[in-house]
Design a protein around this ligand. Structure first.
Ligand SMILES: NC(=O)c1ccc[n+]([C@@H]2O[C@H](COP(=O)([O-])OP(=O)(O)OC[C@H]3O[C@@H](n4cnc5c(N)ncnc54)[C@H](OP(=O)(O)O)[C@@H]3O)[C@@H](O)[C@H]2O)c1
Length: 374
C-alpha cells in the first residue's frame, strides 16, 4: 500500500493513515470501534509508516480518536520517554514489532478522561501506564481497552510514573530472580547511568545490597560519579579502571559479586565476568555496544559461571497481569518512600520530538528524553 502513496491525493492518504492507525490501535489496545455518529476528535501522534532512521521516518500527525466503547478508557497522555527499545522498534531491530503504520513509544503515563460502562478498574482523573509494550504512547490522547492499562497512584512524581513500566521493573526482576542475594551481598553492573542502571542502584540500596557501578569515562566523570553515589551507588568505576591490574585487590573489602548485570556486551561484559564470584550469574539485558558477549573459557570452566538473559516482555508472558500489577505497586511503594526516583530526565514538548529523538541517540547525554504532551 505504501508504494502507491505517491499516486494518492493528500486527502486520500490522510484517510488511509487514519483508518490503518485506528485499526492498529484496536489490535494492540483492543479499543472499541469508533462510532460513525459521533464527531471524531483529533489528536496528535508521532507515527512511523516504515522502519528506518527515527529522525527520518517519524512524523507528527493528526489522528482521529476512536469512540469510547463499553470496556474502553479514554486517556490523555501526560508524558512518555524515549527509550532505546523505542528507537530499535522504529529501526526494525527489536524482538517485538507492531504492524505499520504505528504510533511510537512503549512507556508513559496518562490521565483517564472517561471510561466505558463496563470499566471497573479505573475512573476519570486516575493515572494509568501501559500494561504491555506496543501501546504507542507518543500521542496526546487515545482510547485503549481497560486491560491494556494499569492504574498507578497519582501522587508519585510525573517523571517516575512516566518511566515506571519498563526500566525499574527490569531492574527489580533481575535483582530478585537470578541469585538469592542477602543484604550485604554485592552486584556489579555496566552502563550504570542508564535508566535501568539508576533503578538497579536504588533498588539494590533499598534491599541492602552493595553495588559496583561501571560507566564509560567522560570529561565530567566526577559529576556523574557524585550523582550515582547520591542514588546509593557504593562504587563507581570507569571501564578503564575495571580493566586495571589493581582491581585484583578491590574485592578484599567487599564480597565478590554473585550477580552481574550486562547492558553493553563486548569487552565490557568480559570484564564483568572476570569479577564475578565462582558460581555467579551474569544476566544480559541490553546490547548497547552492539558486540557479542565474550566469555573467557577458563572463567567458565574454573568458576562455573552462568550466562543468562532477561527480557521483561517474556517475563510478562510467563506471569499473570496481577503479578505485573503487584510488581508495579511494589515499585510505587519504593517511590513513595523516596527510595526510587526517576532517572535524570529532560522534558521536551511533543512538537520538538526531532530534538528529543536526536538527543536520545547521542552518547554521554546521561539524560532520559521525556516527551510532554500538554
Ligand atoms: N531486556 C529487557 O527487558 C530490557 C528492559 C529495559 C531496557 N532494556 C535495555 O537496556 C538498555 C538500556 O536501556 P535504558 O532505557 O536504561 O537506556 P538509557 O537510559 O537510554 O541509557 C543508555 C545507556 O547505554 C550506554 N551506552 C550507549 N552506547 C554505549 C556503548 N556503545 N557502549 C557502552 N555503553 C553505551 C549509555 O552510556 P553513556 O552515558 O556512556 O552514553 C547509557 O548508560 C537498552 O539496550 C534497552 O533496550 C532491556
Amino acid at each position: 500500500m505504501w508504494g502507491c502513496g505517491a499516486l494518492l491525493g493528500a486527502r486520500t492518504r490522510s484517510r488511509l493513515w487514519r483508518e490503518v492507525l485506528v485499526a492498529w490501535g484496536r489490535r494492540w489496545s483492543a479499543a472499541a470501534p469508533y462510532s460513525a455518529s459521533a464527531e471524531p476528535s483529533r489528536v496528535r501522534a508521532l507515527v512511523y509508516g516504515h522502519h528506518g532512521d527515527p529522525a527520518k521516518v517519524v512524523e507528527l500527525k493528526d489522528l482521529e480518536l476512536a469512540a469510547v466503547g463499553g470496556s474502553d478508557v479514554h486517556v490523555r497522555m501526560l508524558a512518555a520517554p524515549i527509550n532505546p527499545s523505542d528507537i530499535n522498534m522504529i529501526q526494525g531491530n527489536y524482538g517485538l514489532l507492531p504492524k505499520l503504520p504505528a504510533v511510537g513509544g512503549n512507556e508513559g503515563v496518562g490521565q483517564v478522561v472517561a471510561v466505558g460502562s463496563s470499566v471497573t478498574g479505573v475512573k476519570p482523573g486516575d493515572w494509568v501506564i501501559p500494561a504491555n509494550a506496543g501501546l504507542g504512547t507518543w500521542r496526546t490522547e487515545a482510547v485503549f481497552s481497560e486491560e491494556a492499562l494499569i492504574g498507578v497512584p497519582s501522587d508519585i512524581p510525573l517523571q517516575s510514573a512516566a518511566t515506571l513500566s519498563v526500566n525499574p521493573c527490569t531492574a527489580y526482576r533481575m535483582l530478585m530472580d537470578f541469585e538469592q542475594l542477602q543484604p550485604g551481598d554485592s552486584v556489579i553492573q555496566n552502563a550504570s547511568n542508564s535508566g535501568v542502571g539508576q533503578a538497579v542502584i536504588q533498588i539494590a540500596a533499598a534491599l541492602g545490597l552493595r553495588t559496583v557501578n561501571v560507566v564509560r569515562d567522560r570529561p565530567d566523570i566526577q559529576k556523574l560519579t557524585d550523582r550515582l553515589k547520591s542514588l546509593g551507588a557504593e562504587h563507581v568505576l570507569t571501564e578503564e579502571e575495571l580493566r586495571k591490574h589493581e582491581m585484583k585487590n578491590f574485592f578484599k573489602d567487599m564480597p565478590q559479586p554473585r550477580l552481574a548485570l550486562n547492558c553493553v556486551g563486548g569487552k565490557s561484559s568480559t570484564e564483568l565476568l572476570r569479577h564475578l564470584a565462582p558460581g555467579g550469574t551474569m544476566v544480559t539485558y541490553g546490547g548497547m555496544a552492539k558486540q557479542p558477549v565474550i566469555a573467557s573459557v577458563s572463567q567458565l570452566i574454573f568458576k562455573d559461571l552462568k550466562l543468562r538473559g532477561f527480557w521483561l516482555s517474556q517475563w510478562k508472558k510467563d506471569h499473570s497481569p496481577a503479578q505485573f500489577k503487584e510488581l508495579i505497586l511494589t515499585l510505587c511503594s519504593l517511590i513513595g518512600r523516596g527510595q526510587l526516583t526517576a532517572p535524570a530526565c529532560s522534558e521536551v514538548p511533543l512538537q520538538d520530538y526531532q530534538r528529543a529523538l536526536e538527543a536520545s541517540m547521542q552518547p554521554f547525554v546521561s539524560s532520559k528524553q521525556i516527551l510532554t504532551m500538554c
